[in-house]
Design a protein around this ligand. Sequence first.
Ligand SMILES: [Zn+2]
Length: 322
Amino acid sequence: MFVKLVAVLWIAGLTCVSSNSPDNDHSFGYDSGELDPLHWATEYKTCSGKYQSPIDIEEKLVTKVNLPLLRFHNIDIFPTSTNITNNGHTVVVLSNYTTPVMISGGPLTPFYRFTQFHFHWGVNDSTGSEDLINNHSFPMELHMVFTNTDYDNDTIALTKNDGLVVLASFFEVTEEDNPIYEEIVDTLNKINLPDNTAILPVGLTIRSILPESTEHYFTYKGSLTTPPCLEVVTWIDFKHPIRLSHKQIQAFRTLRSKHGPLTHNARPVQELSGRPVWYNVGGYATLNTPIDESNNGVTFGFAISNIVVLLCCIFATLSTVL
Ligand SMILES: [Zn+2]
């Protein structure tokens, strides 16, 4: 069952997917009257795990660190093809690239390969993000999903606690439309119903959807925010928000799930359960690292990263004991 579930998860588009299969109906949702977040664990036991996402990040409680450079590889290439899908839970954008788009460095030891991105939003502009900062909710959140390249395939990665990285960006509302998102927003009316798919003729580079600054971020260990809520994710939440107009965000709220209007799709925050949350204070340049050059830097980064994380773990453990 678990393997089957994982397979379905990957075929459908990872963290925000239905696990419907021919022999059951475990379709989850966000409202009462369907399998809402408070009841996910009745169908998906792993959603009651100890280290779940999302969380509320209290800035006064985070541990400040200066991690090695977070490196981005091949983020300027345009995809050869891009599909955008309403999977009934979110909008998933899947692209093909001639060269793998990857990230490394920062708190990460191996390389992680880009898989897909998708969004979470709320019923109005005062709510919608999954992680909160100081109990503040943003109107929307972007999740860019990456898979650990140390594992032979994605199914194995989903069984490992370092299997995935999700780069999360919060959105803030501005007066002006964000031109980067025009192609996506203009296509949403073609995928109004669940399981609708459309093509994005141009697609986007990964650089274009990253926030202007990727130097400052929160990072912690958690889970997928949708069933089966597997605790396999290293979260990297960028401090710098992305701007989108009210009209552009509103377009996402017009989509439909199998149960009705998909006006919101954010899981409520979960218990921190003593987990450390780090905040990278920066100091390194970001982006624009050619893949060859980065290999040396990443080798150096491994050592520094591991030492920093180890020290933080020791500190956090001591703090708990003391
Ligand atoms: Zn997500």
